[in-house]
Design a binder for this molecule. Structure first.
Ligand code: NDP
Ligand code: 2IT
Length: 445
């Protein structure tokens, strides 16, 4: 495989799509050997077909705010690959959303979904709409307008969106209501639904819980666990909340959270009371974590900074892409951090990943670590198809088992001669092989 030629050609076709190009390069770097060992993949153009989405859909989303003013946002759905199942992946509502970000997320989703062992292809979508500071009525009108276009493109066996940054249970509810009205069908077309109307227990917690189950397996390779460990977490959204709750339950001490405005350092660690206060803060639709430091005097707020300068044993970046750079990685390593597990998608820059690998610390990439969210979405789809609802323990046990299996797949495909587990390589190869072989079976389509 000629990696540089593939990347040059891709860059010429999609100039400036930096996140997309970054994600493709990272995966292809891991696959060079496997592709060279399997000439049938090259002959069938597997890589060329895999790195371009099947289709990209863009649409206009007009909506009216509470003052009667009209706004126009852009909506997208990137249907990347459906070799092993219907397109599946979240919707992101954030002002930074553009095609490059959604293509990177959709591309990553192909391999992540393959790793879950469930039949799901890869997709992603969203809008540059900013839910921050909007009333519920405004969010509802936006979601309804978004679905007026999206509903043509999706279906329970075609493409099944879910949440991501800026899209939680509330937004899924508003979108589902409009889909149901248009399609006149009550089907599992979205995941992350409310418990009373087809949602699955554990789905809200799943990404964070899954990330911690995966990190637990990573620590297990060094004969240790979360008990007594100091943990730095970034973000305080859906993923960070689930992770903090589970780490705390397992006896770990989470000492940081962050928002776009800076981070909080609480050396005493977060407990249930503090987590509940943080949930209240988020529900108040504020975009800052600063008020926490007024409520709990043990905590200090560091404006405009990221938590990676704090001494910790384990780090879980759970906010957004490229939030942990080379210097941050060096700080973590120098402070004795032994394990970095990515709750977010691609939060570490390639330079940061190089630092972790050079120092041979445990590093789990997002597509493996955070796969518990979409895996539980897959379990929600199964329950919808069977028209049953599993109990909390059952879903949690299945999630836990899936995360262990993903860890095993990474170990199988990523263990180096000196025993170091290259989880990036392991996850990419394991995720790729299943999709590539399915594409081989299905001909050139
Ligand atoms: P949320 O919207 O619930 O939370 C996002 C968090 O990240 C918030 O704390 C937010 O702060 C912070 N954040 C967002 N953008 C920035 C930024 N530019 N700079 C600094 N902080 C930022 O999203 P999720 O928790 O769902 O998603 C977090 C990450 O996890 C994303 O990378 C997502 O793709 C990934 N993920 C999510 C899954 C899911 O099931 N939800 C599954 C797998 C991965 P604030 O709210 O204050 O803006
Ligand atoms: O990045 C992700 O895996 C998600 N946002 C969850 C996708 C899903 O379909 O549950």
């Amino acid at each position: 495989m000629n990696l540089e030629k593939i990347m040059n050609d891709l860059e010429k076709k999609h100039p400036g799509e930096v996140e997309y190009l970054q994600a493709v390069r990272e995966v292809l770097e891991s696959l060079e050997e496997v592709v060279d060992q399997n000439p049938q993949f090259e002959a069938a153009g597997i890589i060329d077909r895999l790195i371009e989405p099947d289709r990209v859909l863009t649409f206009k989303v007009p909506w009216v705010d509470d003052n009667g003013k009209v706004h126009v946002n852009l909506g997208y759905r990137v249907q990347f690959n459906n070799a092993i199942g219907p397109y599946k992946g979240g919707l992101r509502f954030h002002p930074s959303v553009n095609l490059s970000i959604l293509k990177f997320l959709g591309f990553e989703q192909i391999f992540k979904n393959s790793l879950t062992t469930l039949p799901m292809g890869g997709g992603k979508g969203g809008s540059d709409f900013d839910p921050k500071g909007k009333s519920d009525a405004e969010i509802m009108r936006f979601c309804q307008s978004f679905m007026l276009e999206l509903w043509h493109l999706i279906g329970p066996e075609t493409d099944v969106p879910a949440g991501d940054i800026g899209v939680g249970g509330k937004e899924i509810g508003f979108m589902y209501g409009m889909y149901k009205k248009l399609a006149r069908e009550h089907v599992g077309v979205l995941t992350g639904k409310g418990l009373n109307w087809g949602g699955s227990l554990i789905r809200p917690e799943a990404t964070g819980f899954g990330a911690v189950y995966f990190a637990q397996e990573m620590l297990g390779t060094k004969d240790t666990d979360f008990s007594g460990k100091t943990v730095a977490v970034s973000g305080f959204g859906n993923v960070a909340w689930g992770a903090i709750s589970k780490i705390t339950e397992l006896g770990g001490k989470v000492v940081t959270i962050s928002g776009p405005d800076g981070y909080i350092h609480d050396p005493e660690g977060f407990d249930v009371e503090k987590i509940n206060y943080l949930l209240e803060l988020r529900a108040s639709n504020q975009d800052i974590v600063k008020p926490y430091s007024y409520e709990f005097p043990s905590a200090q707020f560091f404006a405009g900074k990221r938590p990676w300068e704090v001494k910790c044993d384990v780090a879980l970046p759970c906010a957004t892409q490229n939030e942990l750079g080379k210097e941050d990685a060096e700080n973590l390593v120098n402070n004795g951090c032994m394990c970095v597990a990515e709750g977010a998608n691609m939060p570490s820059t390639p330079e940061a990943v190089d630092v972790f690998k050079k120092h041979k610390i445990l590093f789990g990439p997002g597509k493996a670590v955070n796969a518990g969210g979409v895996a539980t979405s897959g379990l929600e789809m199964t329950q919808n198809s069977m028209k049953i609802a599993w109990g909390r323990e059952e879903v949690d046990a299945r999630l836990h088992e899936i995360m262990k299996n993903i860890h095993n797949a990474c170990v199988t495909h990523g263990t180096q001669e000196d025993g170091y587990i290259d989880y990036v390589r392991g996850a990419n190869i394991a995720g790729f092989l299943k999709v590539a072989n399915a594409m081989m079976d299905q001909g050139v389509v």
